[in-house]
Structure formats: C-alpha cells, structure tokens
Design a protein around this ligand. Structure first.
Ligand code: 39A
Length: 221
C-alpha cells in the first residue's frame, strides 16, 4: 500500500460504508449532536457515547441552546455512561456557552468557525476539532485517530504526530482526486470524501481488530 488513495480503493471495494443511514457516516451529521459526540467519544467507546446521547434526548434536549442551559451537575449525570463525565460536562458546558457568545447560533458557528478557534477551547484537541469541523460544520477537515494510526501501522507506517499522519492521509487523496471521482462515478466534495474515508477506516478497524492489532489480509493490498 503506497498511499492513502490505495487504501481508499481497497476499503471501498470491500464494501465499507455501502449503506449508511447518514451520508457523511457520523450519525446526525450537520447537527449540534456531533459536537456532543466529538467530546464524549474522547477515551470512550462509541456505544457508550450513544447511551449518553440517548439520555440527553430522553431529557428533551434538542438544540445547542437547550444543552447550554443545562446545569453542569445534571449534564454530568446524563453523560455518565461515556466516562470522565465531570470533566466532559464542564468542557461541553464551556464550549456551548462560548459558541453562543461568539457566534449566536449553531448555524452561524458552522459557517464562521475555524480550527484555531476550536483548538483554543478547553478540552478540544486536534481530533475533536477536526471531527466538529468535518461532521458538524461540513468543512474540509480530515479526521485521523487511533484507528487510522493503528491501521497504517499494520502496513508498516508510523508517524510522529497527528499533523504528520493527517498530512500523509490528505496528500494521498488530494493527488488522486480525478481518479477518486472516476471511482465514485461522480464529483465529490472534499468534505464528503474526507468524512466517508474516515468512516470507512473506523468501521474496518472495528470489524477487523483484536486489541492493538488490525488484521489487513482481507484488503489484499
Ligand atoms: N469511534 C467512533 C465511532 N464508531 C463512530 N461511530 C462508530 C458511528 N463515530 C461517529 C465516532 N467515533
């Protein structure tokens, strides 16, 4: 496997993300729920993040404004299933307040926010910032994560930092855009491409991992 384009072809040919309920893979993309998911998934299993979000939904939360109005102690109880709940509740509370103070609404936030602003918020690292940009705001941000690093390690690649890994993944896609459009049989926005590629990587790793090992034989590359 020479570059990320070859990985994309292999994952696509193996059928990953053929049918997803959400076109960008991340459930409820384009909504404030992605902001919640991006914070709750830090050091947590996605299945537990879903339980926390279910609690919030059952409590009637259906907007960023309602989320920001929740007292931290109550928020903390709702998100208990996804762990580190006191810290995550504080960070989520601070973030929702900062968004509404700076941008007034989720919609304006999505069009105006940038990576630098997100990284300056408490509890937001590179992966959470890129997840929010890509899946909530539909901006051109490629998310890389522990799954991406582990999958590439199984092909013998290692990277010094998040930025280095992200650059390698993006470069392989950006230098093969015309082939990617042929592969998909349509023009595709960079946001959709990045979103679906990250989704394929996560789904493949979840299906083919035992502990820290990712089994790549089935990909045939
Ligand atoms: N680890 C994960 C996930 N696993 C996920 N889904 C499944 C849907 N998302 C959205 C984020 N992180």
């Amino acid at each position: 496997m020479k570059n990320s384009f070859e990985l994309l072809v292999a994952l696509k040919n193996s059928g990953y993300l053929k049918t997803t309920r959400d076109p960008l893979w991340w459930p409820r993309s384009g909504t404030f729920w992605v902001i919640i998911g991006a914070i709750l998934t830090q050091q947590a299993k996605w299945e537990n993040v879903e339980k926390s979000m279910e609690n919030l939904e059952c409590a009637g939360i259906d907007s960023l404004e309602m989320l920001s109005a929740l007292p931290i102690e109550q928020l903390s109880e709702y998100i208990r299933p996804s762990g580190f709940y006191n810290t995550k509740a504080k960070n989520l509370h601070l973030l929702t307040h900062a968004i509404l103070k700076e941008f007034d609404s989720f919609e304006v936030f999505c069009t105006r926010v940038d990576r630098e602003w997100l990284l300056a918020q408490k509890g937001i690292g590179a992966e959470s910032a890129d997840s929010i940009l890509c899946y909530a705001c539909k901006q051109e941000a490629m998310v890389v994560d522990a799954y991406t690093a582990r999958l590439l390690a199984s092909f013998g690649y290692s990277f010094e930092s998040y930025a280095e890994l992200q650059e390698w993944v993006e470069e392989g896609l950006l230098s093969n855009l015309s082939k990617i459009h042929v592969l998909y049989g349509k023009e595709m926005s960079l946001n959709e491409l990045y979103a679906r590629f990250h989704g394929k990587i996560v789904e493949f790793c979840k299906e083919n991992s035992r502990g820290k090992t990712v089994f790549v034989e089935s990909l045939g590359i």
